[in-house]
Design a protein around this ligand. Structure first.
Ligand SMILES: [Zn+2]
Length: 283
């Protein structure tokens, strides 16, 4: 059973378990079409993970649950999903920040380090002159709610307002006033959040082969969203034409089985065309 670096609290118990569905054409299609169905990157991640997960925290998967996951867990899951689909060696081209020369680096997503959630995850109490504040890690819900805010500093303010509250609130609808915190106090809060938030490495350190300077190469956790469905449509076409299965039936096949049928078809056609070669006399 695979485990999240953070997890979800279900009835007071932290549950880290998750399981992906087998890779089918349906999942590959959902990945590529998610761009059309969601109006922001966080909403797209929610759609993709809801489609790809078989089980989350011991439960059937809902979008609500996927939104409740910490941002670190969601990024971790997007990484794991890319690995689940294909743990290929990725080649990236980077340009050295020092000498400007281009160079290639290779990596496997499964080898990137993952930071587990801290003991306090997902919320902790921070002492401030204005009182004891409860601070929690950001979730997919938080990301989706600020996704449409174009101004970065405004978005950050909205996010912090969502993450910070008084430990003991006197009124139901009491909203924490961010303006009561100075720069240093905000830094203390950010440090507390970082200490407990799970995280996937978002960059990789490597030395430029030309000048030996260390470069930090950004690695997107959302790489699998840019996968193209590639051959999927021609594969559906070949199987539908030969076996007369419906599109839905073909998309539901685990990828390995789809490819087995395709290679059987390919072999059959190869034999036929070899026969033709003899008939026509072509080399
Ligand atoms: Zn260089």
């Amino acid at each position: 059973m695979m485990q999240l670096p953070g997890g979800l609290y279900i009835d007071g118990v932290l549950d880290k378990r998750f399981l992906f569905k087998p890779v089918t054409g349906q999942l590959e299609m959902a990945l590529s079409e998610s761009a059309l169905l969601a109006n922001s990157l966080p909403a797209r991640v929610t759609k993709i993970l809801s489609e790809a997960l078989e089980m989350l925290a011991g439960d059937v998967v809902s979008e609500k649950q996927v939104r409740a996951l910490s941002v670190g867990d969601r990024q971790f899951l997007m990484h794991r999903l890319a690995i689940h689909i294909d743990d290929a060696l990725l080649w990236l081209t980077a340009r050295c920040g020092e000498c400007g020369e281009a160079f290639d680096i290779s990596l496997r997503l499964s080898e990137l380090p993952v930071k587990l959630a801290g003991d306090a995850f997902p919320a902790t109490v921070v002492e401030m002159p204005s009182g004891r504040l409860k601070v929690r890690v950001p979730t997919g819900d938080d990301q989706e709610s600020i996704a449409s805010v174009r101004d970065d500093s405004r978005a950050m303010q909205m996010l912090l307002t969502r993450l910070i509250s008084f430990e003991i609130t006197t009124a139901e609808d009491e909203v924490f006033d961010l303006a009561s915190l100075d720069e240093a106090q905000l830094t203390t809060i950010e440090t507390a959040v970082e200490a407990m938030a799970p995280e996937v490495a978002s960059e990789m350190a490597t030395h430029c082969p030309h000048c030996e300077m260390e470069n930090r190469i950004p690695i997107s956790p959302y790489g699998c969203m840019t996968r193209s469905v590639g051959e999927l449509f021609s594969e559906i076409h070949a199987l539908a034409a030969n076996y007369h299965w419906s599109e839905q039936e073909i998309l539901a096949l685990p990828r390995g089985r789809r490819h087995t049928y395709l290679s059987l078809l390919g072999r059959q056609q190869g034999m036929q065309s070899r026969g033709n070669h003899v008939d026509t006399g072509w080399p």
